[in-house]
Write a protein that binds this ligand. Structure first.
Ligand code: TPP
Ligand code: MG
Length: 780
């Protein structure tokens, strides 16, 4: 590669750029116009958004990127990415033909669904961009601790960003956090086509974007004019032309791009005819040449793009603002409505002719190019990006001891229990302790991570002393930052938390190092970062979230902080297994299980919904069997009699009320049982999958009950269930469908207010009187 003459390289890259543009447009066209359509729904795809990045992506993948770099591609440039991987031989024609179809190349690049080595999934705009930033923190975290294999070179985390993505607040939340963490090796390439979905991007807004990046310490490289325009500017009166384009509003420029040569001529004649130099330029260019000149933006000028990327040789974060044209080279270039625009059959025929592609050659890798296939194949084979084959790593799992240390307090909240378990792990010199990394959005201390942080320290690039400690001001909390620290402290931004967890939770596949990330936050604010949490799960990142306080049990803090529907999020979110233990011994079992489950190929992330309410702890030793029940979702705290009319089912912090209600009811109705659940999510999932399994094996004896069927089996079908949790009642009311039993579900259905627990539980009918009342209704 290095031996190749620059002119030769430029020529081949331009050829590949043509091919990438063609293949991306054809892939979309094929899906919409060639493949049979069975449901009449538009298939879609974004030919204009692809065209806008064809030059930049060709330059990056075929010349600039190295194997250690990791890339988030703007969602709508997915076909460009797949086209490039097709040329590399990592994507198949079959999957391109099935683009946006079942099993085909995905609409937006997907780590989990695509086969061609996607580094970061994208789709929800803004999140992929931030993902590169938090990944750069992870890269430094593992590098500075020497956790990664020694031969690993630091790579650049690259985001290809649509300009409208910069309207998403999460991008700026991430930028600020990145500045605090002194991020390195980060490249954001902004596809500045000045268009979004609905129209043209606001001129005034973007004037500020470069300054924002500079404000947080980034280098800004603007790729504005290509070599043709630069040459024109250097001619007599050329400066007038530059000023005219500089001042041209985004919407006018876009409209003229769409109108073409005659449009440019009219506008320039109107505004600049008094300059002889400009008149000469207009005379020297026919309409087609004038259009080529006026649209010669640097983001479509291969040499300018290469120069910009190759001028960077340090690790300072860099933002490239690449001026581009949405739909460049396509018939609807520049039109404000082109976002979802698809070429018509006629337009495609013209485009194909222009690309010198014959019928039947559409998928051929080198048809219509002037360089020979041998030349191109050799060039592609030598692309540095590809030098090491598959890029995804597979770090081995960290062994989890058979039991975690369990605190023995008589009374404790699950939140305290969590803090103590982590503290005890922190005190050990173990592989487990070394691999755990915690993170929290400014709620570390209030979610009980304090003791862990005191022992394991805060993570920072450089050593920074705790000023309070140096000045001998007494504080329970040590706040010293070092590269050895194992807590990544974030500002208050739950979006950032979840994207940081996504990046930490992919370390084994991105950076060849297994980490065990644990993030803490307030349960209600899961909703604040919910899209980012979904994004993390969609990428199959593995982490544990620990959320406290939860429900109305946080009591005096009131309605604004009460989490009502998070148990439903726990059930509904794929890739996230949720638990809500009542007692600390259960929590110890579940944390152990979770740390292991997070590392299983078919595992998932874990969500622990905990509480700040201090509960009397049962004096018991959990048998292996009981531990297995806790993991599979629940156990009979008091076994039911076979003739019982009713059973109480309790989850989480309200369990003492259920126990009290049960004691009082059992005096009159001896067989009443009390079922304590730890995970409606797990029970529900296993119940559904057992049913599906049976559906598949009709005739074959497979009556293996799922855990919830097994738990409910001792009850008669007529027995009633009273369910209770500090959350939406729907989380447990499905239990009635398991065996066709009637359910009286208790829980929270409306916004609350502040109060103490006795008042609030009474107001919501979660106290023992409320439960007894529900039992009476159930039996009546
Ligand atoms: C969070 C989110 N909201 C809305 C959308 C729908 N959407 C997809 S692309 C887009 C505009 C993208 O414009 P830009 O980033 O400038 O990309 P371009 O196509 O111009 O390259 C919108 C609103 C989305 N994908 N994600
Ligand atoms: Mg745009």
């Amino acid at each position: 590669m290095t031996s190749m003459a620059p002119v030769q390289r430029l020529r081949l890259l331009r050829e590949l750029e043509r091919k990438v543009l063609w293949l991306s447009a054809w892939t979309i066209h094929h899906a919409n116009h060639v493949r049979p359509n069975r449901d009449g729904l538009k298939v879609g795809g974004h030919q204009a958004s692809c065209a806008s990045l064809a030059t930049v992506m060709t330059a990056l993948y075929f010349a600039v990127l190295k194997p250690e770099d990791r890339v988030a591609v703007k969602p709508h440039a997915s076909p460009v990415f797949h086209a490039i991987q097709y040329l590399f031989g990592h994507q198949t024609q079959d999957k391109l033909e099935r683009f946006r179809g079942l099993g085909g190349a995905q609409s937006y690049p997907s780590r989990t669904k695509d086969v061609d080595d996607v580094d970061f999934s994208t789709g929800s705009v803004g999140l992929g961009v931030a993902m590169t930033l938090f990944s750069s923190i992870v890269q430094d975290y593992v590098r500075l601790k020497k956790l990664a294999p020694a031969e690993r070179r630091p790579g650049r985390m690259v985001a290809l960003v649509g300009d409208a993505e910069l309207d998403e607040g999460n991008v700026f939340e991430a930028l600020l956090e990145g500045w605090k963490h002194d991020v390195r090796n980060l490249w954001w390439v902004i596809d500045y086509n000045r268009q979004s979905l609905d129209g043209v991007v606001n001129d005034r807004l973007f004037g500020r974007i470069g300054e924002m990046f500079e404000l947080v310490g980034w280098r800004v490289v603007t790729l504005k004019y290509g070599k043709l325009l630069e040459t024109a500017f250097a001619q007599p009166d050329g400066e007038q032309l530059r000023q005219w384009i500089d001042a041209c509003p985004n919407s006018l420029y876009s409209a003229l791009v769409f109108k073409g040569g005659a449009g440019w001529r009219e506008a320039l004649t109107r505004d600049l005819n008094q300059y002889p130099g400009i008149r000469r330029i207009l005379e020297q260019h026919d309409d087609q040449a004038l259009h080529r000149l006026m649209t010669n933006l640097a983001g479509h000028d291969m040499q300018a793009v290469l120069d910009a990327f190759e001028s960077i040789d340090d690790d300072r974060p860099t933002c490239f603002i690449a001026y581009t044209i949405k739909g460049q080279g396509l018939p609807f270039a520049g039109h404000k409505d082109n976002h979802s625009g698809l070429m018509t059959l006629d337009q495609m025929a013209g485009f194909k002719k222009g690309m010198d592609i014959e019928d039947g050659q559409e998928w051929q890798k080198f048809a219509g190019l002037s360089a020979t296939p041998t030349e191109l194949e050799a060039f592609i084979a030598e692309a540095p990006f590809n030098a090491e084959g598959r890029r995804r790593t597979e770090a081995p799992a960290v062994a989890i001891p058979p039991a975690l240390p369990k605190p023995n307090d008589r009374k404790a909240s699950t939140q305290e229990g969590f803090g103590k378990i982590l503290n005890a792990i922190a005190a050990e010199d173990s592989e487990l302790a070394r691999r755990i990394v915690t993170t929290s959005p400014d709620v570390s201390v209030s979610t009980n991570l304090g003791a862990w942080i005191n022992r394991r320290g805060l993570f920072g690039h450089t050593e920074a002393e705790d000023v309070f400690r140096e000045l001998k001001v007494v504080s329970a909390q040590l706040w010293r930052k070092t590269p050895r620290g194992q807590h990544v402290e974030l500002g208050i931004a739950e979006n950032n938390l979840f994207i940081q967890l996504a990046a930490l939770g992919l370390s084994h596949e991105l950076f060849d190092t297994r980490l065990l990330p644990i993030g803490t936050l307030y349960d209600p604010f899961i909703a604040r970062g919910l899209d980012a949490l979904n994004y993390a799960c969609y990428q199959d990142a593995r982490f544990m979230i620990v959320a406290t306080p939860s429900g109305v049990t946080l009591a005096p803090e009131g309605g604004a902080h009460q989490s009502i529907h998070t148990p439903l999020i726990g059930i509904g979110q794929p890739g996230l297994l949720s638990y809500e233990p009542a007692f600390v011994d259960e929590l110890a079992v579940l944390m152990r299980f979770g740390l292991e489950h997070m590392q299983q190929p078919k595992g998932s992330s874990i969500y622990l919904r905990l509480s700040t309410r201090s509960l009397p702890q049962p004096e018991r030793t959990l048998s292996a069997e009981r531990q297995a029940d806790i993991v599979s979702g629940g156990y009979w705290y008091a076994e039911p009699g076979s003739d019982a009319d009713v059973a109480i089912v309790a989850l989480g912090a309200v369990t003492p009320e259920a126990i009290a209600a049960h004691e009082s009811i059992a005096r009159d109705f001896a067989g009443t049982g009390l079922l304590v659940l730890t995970s409606p999510d797990r029970l529900h999932g296993d119940w559904l999958s057992a049913q599906r399994q049976r559906g598949r094996t009709v005739g074959i004896v497979d009556r293996q009950p799922s855990p919830i069927e097994g738990l409910l089996a001792p009850l008669s079908r007529d027995a009633r269930l009273v369910t209770v949790l500090d959350g939406h009642p729907l989380a447990l009311s499905w239990l009635g469908s398991v065996r066709g039993q009637r359910v009286v579900p208790l829980g929270i259905e409306s916004f609350g207010q502040s109060g103490d627990i006795p008042d609030l539980y009474r107001a919501y009918r979660l106290d023992s009187a409320g439960i007894i009342d529900a039992v009476a209704r159930a039996i009546a």
